[in-house]
Each structure stands twice: as C-alpha cells, then as structure tokens.
Ligand binder design. Sequence first.
Ligand code: PGA
Length: 251
Amino acid sequence: MRKLIAGNWKMNGALAANRALMEALLAGVQARSPACDVAVCPPAVYLAQLQALLQGQDAIALGAQDVSEHEAGAFTGNVAAAMLREFGVRYAIVGHSERRNYQGESDAQVALKAQRALAAGITPIVCVGETLQEREQGQTEAVVTRQLDALLECSGARVADMVLAYEPLWAIGTGHAATPQQAQEVHAALRARLRAALSVPQAAGVRILYGGSMNAANAASLLAQPDIDGGLVGGASLKAQDFLEIIAAAG
Ligand code: PGA
C-alpha cells in the first residue's frame, strides 16, 4: 500500500516561515520524487497561502487540522468542509487528542466530523489513542476500539475511504515514541476490527498511520511494520530536513 506522511503543524507557522518551509519541502520532494503520498496540515488561516504555494504540483497535498461536523450556519468559529474544499484541501485531521481534550470533542462528534469531511470529498485522518494511565491499566485495545466503533456506527462501510491514525497520547510531543512492536500491536488490533466490520480487502486498504514523536531516526523502523501505513508527524514536520528524511523512509 502507498504510504502517507502527513505533517501536523498544530498552532505553529507564520507567513514568511511557511513560505521558507514549503519551498524547502517542494525542492526536496521534487528532487527525490518519493513513492509515498505527502500532506501538510497548517492552521486554517494559512490554507490559502499554502494552496498558492502548492499550485501546479501534486507531490504535496494540503490538509486541514479540523473540520466542522455541521454543513453551514450559525456555528461561530467553525470551518465547514465545503469551505476547505474551496481551498484545495484533500485531507482533514479529525479527532486529534488535543481537540478531544481541550475542546471536549466526543467520539460521536469526531465520527460526524469524519462523515462530513468525506461527504465533501475530503479524506479524514481520524485519530485514536490511549492515555498512559489507560495503557498501564491494560485498556489500550478497548479504548481505540471504542473510538473506531463510533466511526463504524456513523459511517459504516464508508470507513474504508478514511485514514486512521494511532496516536498514543503519552507519545505525542514527548520525544518518547511507541516502539515499533507497541505500535504494530495496536495497528493490528485496529486492522482486525476493520476486518470484522468491513470486507477483508477493504480492511486491508485502510491506511493506518502512526503518530507520536515520529522523527528522522525512528521513522524507518516504525514504517517497516506490516500494519503501519504512514505517519502523522507533529514537531518533526516543522523542520524541512527532518520531514524530508521521514518521507524518504516511507518510500
Ligand atoms: P508529535 O505530534 O510528532 O510532535 O509527537 C504528533 C501529533 O500530535 O500529531
């Protein structure tokens, strides 16, 4: 399966810095033509800037960090999927743990967001993952299965057109990535759940990304696991050289 490396810039960036980063990334991917898909997900206000910078090439796709579960209307501060589409957005991160925690997004709300994105022609990258406490209590599989089941309940077989991202909360921004074995174990459990809910080929075709302190040094061993189909990269996606090395490790 063609892997996907997506950069999650979170709340970082500025006009001049974005331009410099994108020029370096574009030069890097054009020089190496990677055999994986690549996306960058800037803060929403910079989507128009990045759309212009990315025009005329298809090596790097544009992604958003969130999308409203509503179609349009009186939802102050929200951004609709159709609006994102107008700016060339192809992917939307949905249900990142920072949004689940700080904005109180529920499993059901995340599932609606994913459904709304897909309906507008945007591929949602739906994040699931457990806290350190949940892991220590042996609940990892139960937690990620509950989060995935909300998606399946809402969208059924259309989950086959989504991307999942396993992001253990204890690995995000900590410098302590999951080991390849720890990640593979959870990815395999997610795959098995997909297999039970969808057809076998559909389940095999869903890309399951790993996220949480992925960097140039650990990417290759994580991406070599049979059920790890790419990466959702935070901190390391803000440095062109590091992100390019992760892309190279994916293909
Ligand atoms: P990190 O973030 O790579 O900085 O750990 C990943 C994410 O939160 O998507």
